[in-house]
Design a protein around this ligand. Structure first.
Ligand SMILES: Nc1nc2c(c(=O)[nH]1)N[C@H]1C(S)=C(S)[C@@H](COP(=O)(O)O)O[C@H]1N2
Ligand SMILES: [Mo]
Length: 220
């Protein structure tokens, strides 16, 4: 072992130890070069616009449930208490909406999709996911994108419970795809053997929706 240990009481080690215990600098961000941060055709906003089909369902946590089904080993039907009992994670990520606004550095807390997948255990044949929300909204994405390192079933934003207008009590956040894939008021997750179109995808929008490739519409 080393003969020259860093003194345990040095200023540097003390602050490093404090950073470690606070999780400092660990944001969960999937880093991109700063120059490449704003996708093509997007502009930055500081506010957070509200976009949805017009109906904002008010779901109290007493009656809230999350169902997980389709091609999984363990179908789930979680109430709020069971959902809160799953490990909670914090991520910081950017929003890119297809209507051309982007918003940087949003702090989300909730259940990582990794942790949900560990519970439900998708079968080998599962390749895609369909999300169904309390307002009847649906959207689809590949399983591998649902399972992204920074994808989260979010119940809080900037340390506060997610408001109803932004999809509370729980919404999905998949930061690397256009924001319409991030279903608000999420109620059900189905694992599928092939892709299928959700609401906007049946109405001219792209099946995958990568903002870096400007996959806004079906023909792109
Ligand atoms: N359940 C549900 N989720 C939804 C939508 C919706 O209408 N219903 N709209 C999508 C679209 S088009 C966008 S841009 C974002 C907007 O989220 P925000 O209102 O929190 O900004 O939610 C997405 N998720
Ligand atoms: Mo959108």
């Amino acid at each position: 072992m080393t003969d020259h240990p860093i003194p345990a009481d040095s200023k540097l080690t003390a602050s490093k130890r404090r950073w470690a215990s606070e999780g400092k600098f660990i944001t969960g961000r999937v880093s991109r070069p700063e120059t490449d941060r704003l996708p093509p055709g997007q502009h930055l906003v500081k506010n957070w616009p509200v976009l949805d089909l017009g109906e904002q369902p008010v779901i109290s946590t007493d009656i809230w449930r999350l169902e997980v089904g389709g091609l999984v080993e363990t179908p789930l039907d979680l109430d709020w208490t069971a959902f809160q009992a799953i490990e909670q994670s914090i991520y910081v990520s950017d929003i890119h909406c297809v209507t051309t606004w982007s918003r940087y550095d949003n702090t989300w807390q909730g259940v990582s999709t990794h942790d949900l997948l560990d519970l439900a255990m998708p079968k080998a044949q599962a390749t895609h996911v369909m999300l169904t929300s309390y307002d009847g909204y649906t959207t689809n994405l590949p399983l591998i994108d649902f399972a992204a390192d920074d994808a989260v079933l979010a119940t809080s934003w900037e340390g506060q419970p997610l408001t109803v207008e932004h999809g509370g009590p729980m919404r999905l956040i998949v930061p690397h795809l256009y924001f319409w894939k991030s279903a608000k008021w999420l109620r059900r997750i189905d694992f599928m053997p092939a892709d299928a179109a959700g609401f906007w995808e049946r109405n001219g929008y792209h099946m995958y929706a990568d903002p870096w490739r400007e996959q806004r519409y079906a023909d792109d």
